[in-house]
Design a protein around this ligand. Structure first.
Ligand code: NAP
Length: 335
């Protein structure tokens, strides 16, 4: 592989705009060609994609049918016309589901300086999901030692990190997940105090009452819908809710209503939504904090590494179906 060479470039594209639940057949593998050289005076960089993240938001990042899917990933710079990047640098940020990408605005990427942890971690615990967990939990929820914390989709890329941050803060932490295996791992691997399988509970409010007889101080919201309604009934006075995501509503034509909002008033609850991009300035602080705990073995992380770009569509479908155990990451190439 030499600079300027024309190479084939496998891509995953959406066939059309997606309405309703995402299906594997909405995505297709195609092949184009690309020159391994950045146009002069373009300020662009050309990268080889190494890892691509399967995130629930991948569907939202659909820009135009026929173009490669956009999403978070880790990549190696092959050529650069940008003063801040050079050949051989590793970066993470928004890229495209293909082997080689020309990135026209590399300023939006983060350079990876710490390579003594797996590079794939920059799609998860050290990347966008990790920063979402950090910003949502610490900035929005102001946790205090001994508080009662509930995390939904607790085995997800964001949830497993929130729960461990909460344990590091000395909180009591309960998570919900969609299988008994995930529940066991939450308790035994991630050191959650308790966890339950929400699919086996016919009354979510009663389940929460069982785990939080004195109520919930902090709810880290990943799913929305019926779970949010049940949580509102179980919140304590002056509780905080960080609204990170509502995956249960993602594929519905008509979103479910929320019935127990009056609790926000009577219990003086603060519920606040956030978008991780607004918190990118926290990245250096977050990285120092998280790396230290990973190296000390006080933060653990699970990934499901899927070999090959062509397996990306099925991995994304399995993510929405709750069939992935650990953050699904597609390995496109080797470092
Ligand atoms: P995730 O939680 O790993 O999402 C996948 C999991 O969601 C599945 O494995 C499944 O787990 C669960 N799920 C799927 N359908 C569900 C349903 N109908 N009801 C309840 N759970 C369901 O994803 P993530 O990357 O860690 O992100 C967590 C949430 O935060 C997502 O909603 C995402 O969109 C959002 N997010 C927001 C921001 C932001 O800036 N605000 C940034 C990152 C992520 P089970 O087996 O447990 O059901």
């Amino acid at each position: 592989m030499t600079k300027g060479e024309e190479v084939s470039n496998k891509q995953v594209v959406f066939r059309d705009y997606v309405h309703g639940p995402l299906k594997e057949t909405d995505m297709v593998l195609s092949t184009s060609t690309t020159h391994l050289k950045v146009p002069q005076d373009s300020k662009a960089i050309l990268v080889k994609n190494i890892y691509l993240a399967c995130d629930p938001r991948t569907k939202i990042l659909l820009i135009e049918p026929g173009l490669a899917i956009r999403g978070f990933g880790v990549a190696k710079v092959l050529d650069s016309d940008h003063p801040d990047f050079k050949e051989g640098d590793f970066v993470w940020g928004i890229t495209t589901w293909e082997e080689y990408s020309l990135i026209k605005t590399p300023e939006s990427l983060f350079k990876i300086h710490n390579t003594d942890v797996p590079l794939s971690y920059y799609t998860g615990i050290l990347g966008m999901p990790g920063l979402s967990a950090y910003a949502g939990f610490f900035e929005l929820c102001s946790p205090k030692k001994g508080e009662y914390v509930f995390v939904s989709s607790a085995y997800g890329g964001v949830g497993q990190i929130v729960g461990q941050f909460a344990k590091l803060m000395g909180c009591y932490v309960v998570g919900s997940a969609g299988s008994d295996d995930k529940v066991n791992l939450l308790k035994n691997k991630f050191r959650f105090d308790e966890a339950f399988n929400y699919k086996k509970e016919h009354d979510l409010a009663a389940a929460l009452k069982r785990y939080f007889p004195d109520g919930i101080d902090i709810y880290f919201e990943n799913v929305g819908g019926k779970m949010l309604d049940a949580v509102l009934l179980n919140m304590r006075h002056h509780g905080r809710i960080a609204a990170c995501g509502m995956i249960s509503q993602f594929n519905l034509e008509q979103h479910e209503g929320v019935h127990n909002l009056f609790n926000l008033i009577s219990k003086r609850i603060r519920m606040e939504g956030f978008v991780v991009h607004d918190h990118y300035h926290l990245y250096p602080k977050f990285l120092d904090f998280t790396l230290q705990y990973i190296k000390e073995g006080k933060l653990v992380y699970t990934e499901d590494i899927i070999e090959g770009l062509e397996k990306g569509p099925s991995a994304l479908i399995r993510l929405f179906a709750g069939q992935t155990v650990g953050k699904p990451v597609i390995r496109v190439s080797h470092e």
